[in-house]
Design a protein around this ligand. Structure first.
Ligand code: SF4
Length: 508
């Protein structure tokens, strides 16, 4: 029995979810300085920076996807790990109840959400003994969008644009560049990669994720790996993927590489991609009381450095924004062009994986004609009979690619909002039916929550909070047209241009 252990873990989860660590803030500030403020990438980073400040101020999740909670715990010899694991699980459930974590644990077969982030394999807790008297707990919250962009390569391998990656550090370099290019904006770039050279398929991914517990500004103690990290960072940002995949000067804010022994027959390179919302913190606890004696990854007890001065907003309007009021008509939508910034007001409906799958075989529960469908799985809290939006940024749209064209065509949806862009089938449907794809800024959950005036209803609640169809009344929700009704796609263009650049980096 360690009396303060539970409260300390709740505090760790809360702060990890709401307050980005100083090394990530510094990297994002530098990124902000490298993009042209009026460019799409510059505007995206400004919204992100504003969102970081809003989350810390309001003690609310930086991003609505609070990810898979992964704890790395070091304990003195003889400590009761069974008891600690039980308290960590209780703390996760409590943080979920308080709206600091989104209920993210679903039954893999039925899709049913457990509602408290507990279930087989959730959360992930790893224990290790050490020869110290105190307890160290580190936590990372890595969301699904960036998790889906992880990549694993079995060398030698032929890579698009880069040619053959051999079993060498040069081959590893090619794999890392390929992974960053392949992720485009789907993992909410600019991101950071943890890389493992070697291991087996399982331990490789684990060790890659462990690299994300290093600070972005540290130096690898292995000189060979330090040189490779520096080499990657010196060239990767010329790829032009840019913030959110909009194109630009910053695609990656960190590259951390580890190595594990391997079987002679295998040579894996595992890449764990984390988004800009790089949430990891740690605490040292007194082993008797469980009280926090030290925060890890923070600058002592100093409060977090703000991204902007108080009163400064990140998203500055140019006056050229297109104002859209829902429901939308076809003529208005067909006037929009890639690159237009829009401000959406009126009602929009959230819908992600479960809703799209449902709409393939059921009529929608609401009239979607002229409607705006928002790829979003929000964090919500119920206050009496009223639902309140706690966090509501966009989710990765490409998962809906198999369904989106049918949903647009059958039900008359005029605008889809998400992040990371969609594919050729959706692009063709936008053209055929007169609809647009609007890219909101991934992870900017606090920024977008503030555009929601009220929750006007909810349908399909049986899918759980993140997957339900929420009816949101919004005012001036900003987004960028990245796929229009004329067959243009910024995502397609950036992928092609950055692919060409990737080819040039093959020999660098
Ligand atoms: S910032 Fe983007 S990739 Fe990261 S957790 Fe949020 S939605 Fe997912």
């Amino acid at each position: 029995m360690i009396p303060a252990f539970f409260d300390s873990i709740v505090a760790l989860i809360t702060r990890t979810s709401v307050d980005l660590p100083p090394d990530v803030r510094r990297a994002m500030s530098q990124a902000l300085g490298q993009e042209v403020p009026t460019s799409s990438g510059g505007q995206a980073l400004a919204i992100i920076a504003e969102n970081i400040d809003q989350a810390a101020e309001g003690e609310a999740p930086i991003c609505q996807d609070t990810g898979m909670p992964t704890f790395e715990v070091k304990v003195p010899v003889g400590a009761n790990q069974i008891w600690m694991k039980a308290r960590i699980r209780e703390a996760v459930a409590e943080a979920t109840r308080r709206g600091k974590l989104r209920p993210n644990s679903v039954d893999s077969i039925t899709g049913k959400n457990s509602g408290d982030n507990l279930g087989p394999g959730t959360p992930i807790v790893h224990f290790e003994q050490w020869e110290r008297d105190d307890i160290e707990v580190k936590l990372i919250l890595k969301g699904g969008g960036c998790e889906n962009t992880n990549a694993q390569y079995a060398l030698p391998v032929e890579l698009a644009h880069l040619g053959r990656a051999d079993r060498s550090l040069e081959g590893v370099r090619k794999c890392i560049l390929h992974a960053v290019w392949q992720a485009q904006g789907k993992g909410c770039s600019p991101g950071a990669v943890g890389v493992c050279i070697g291991g087996d398929r399982t331990s490789g991914y684990l060790h890659a994720k462990e690299q994300l517990f290093r600070t972005l500004d540290d130096t690898n103690p292995d000189e060979r790996l330090a040189a490779l990290e520096a080499q990657v960072m010196s060239t990767v940002n010329t790829l032009g993927v840019g913030p959110m995949g909009f194109g630009g000067n910053v695609s990656l804010i960190g590259c951390k590489i580890g190595v594990q022994n391997r079987l002679p027959a295998s040579f894996f390179v595992s890449v764990a991609y984390d988004c800009w919302a790089f949430r990891r913190l740690g605490v040292v606890l007194d082993a008797t009381s469980g009280a926090i004696t030290q925060w890890l990854y923070r600058d002592g007890d100093a409060p977090s450095q703000r991204m902007f001065e108080p009163g400064t907003v990140g998203f500055v309007r140019s006056g050229h924004e297109r104002v859209l009021r829902t429901p939308l008509d076809e003529a208005t939508v067909r006037e929009l062009k890639v690159g237009d910034v829009v401000l959406v007001s009126g009602r929009m409906y959230t819908g992600r994986d479960a809703v799209h799958h449902h709409l393939m075989s059921h009529e929608p529960p609401v009239d979607l004609r002229g409607g705006v469908l928002y790829h979003c799985g929000p964090v919500m809290l119920k206050d009496g009979e009223t639902w309140k939006v706690v966090a509501a940024g966009p989710t990765t749209s490409i998962r809906e690619e198999p369904y989106q064209a049918d949903v647009i065509g059958r039900y008359g949806v005029r605008a889809v909002i998400g992040k990371g862009g969609m594919g050729a089938k959706t692009l063709a449907a936008l053209k055929q039916h007169g609809a647009v794809y609007l890219n909101a800024i991934g992870g900017a959950a606090q920024f977008y929550a503030r555009t929601v005036d009220r929750v006007e209803g909810v349908s399909l609640m049986e899918f759980g909070v993140p997957e339900a169809m929420w009816h949101l009344a919004v005012t001036e929700f900003p987004a960028i047209v990245t796929m229009d009704a004329h067959g243009n796609s910024l995502h397609k263009d950036v992928e092609a241009a950055s692919g060409e650049r990737l080819g040039q980096l093959a020999a660098v």
